[in-house]
Write a protein that binds this ligand. Sequence first.
Ligand SMILES: [Zn+2]
Length: 314
Amino acid sequence: MCTTHQTPANEAVAAADPQLMFRRKFLKYAGVAGAATAAGGLASCTTNPVTGRSQLLAFAPSEADLARAAQQSWNEVRRQTPTTNDPRYAGRLRNIGSRVSRGAGQANRNWDYAVFDQNTKNAFVLPGNRVGFFKGMMDFTDNDDQIAAIMGHEVGHVTGAHARERYSQMMLGQLAIAGGTMLAGSQLQRRCRQARSQRERNDCMRSAGRNTQYLQAALGMGFQLGVVLPYGRRQELESDQLGARYMARAGYDPYQAVRLWEKMGAESGGSRGPEFLATHPTPERRARELSDYITAQQKLGSRGFQQLDIPADA
Ligand SMILES: [Zn+2]
């Protein structure tokens, strides 16, 4: 079954104006509309050939359209942040990237790599196969295998279709809001007609106006967020395991991913770090989960790393 999640966009919009007169009703209707839309979405689930998981992609633009939209963000970040052409960084990352993408069976895609000349410990991937590393991230690693671990993780977000999935989840949330607004609006109008005084009618119409603003704000933030939306826990776990698979297939030591997480855990002291770390489980827990996964897969010999093993509660 294709599961859907409450989107952060939905929560953010709902929290934007706690004074809204019909907030409770509004949310109730939004819930009803959301359930209806989700039911519609169930018919449109897609099975990802890499993860074997059923995903809701129906509300996202095509991969090509999302890649075109991300081009702008990519250009912007490259304009704002200096990149380095130093072969110890840029050349090294390109080599590791091409080896990992071959390991992932994704060498036929056009990959774009950039190393940003900043001391940040972070890396990211944008739709259109654009992988960004900060110099600080590369400096933090002990060896190529650990860089390959991060690269594999980012490639996992691509093959897992995670950006389109997040986008689709967010759009579903917005459709629920739109549906909720229309339903609440019709209730509101009925109520406005029953107003006993002009003042009551005015108050009533003001609320209706706020509802409309809500809707516009919700729909307006759509595209921009779709490109840089944070990934969910399940997606992070998937990317960790896919990363280990790609490392193994590219001839890197997947246990170096575990070492990297342990090192990050020691560094961050269990607190939330940058995007690459910004997930609910602590780095220590991710290291443990990844270690268990790699050990189990390596026991399978040549049949290893063919399946993911994501806990049901993720
Ligand atoms: Zn990630």
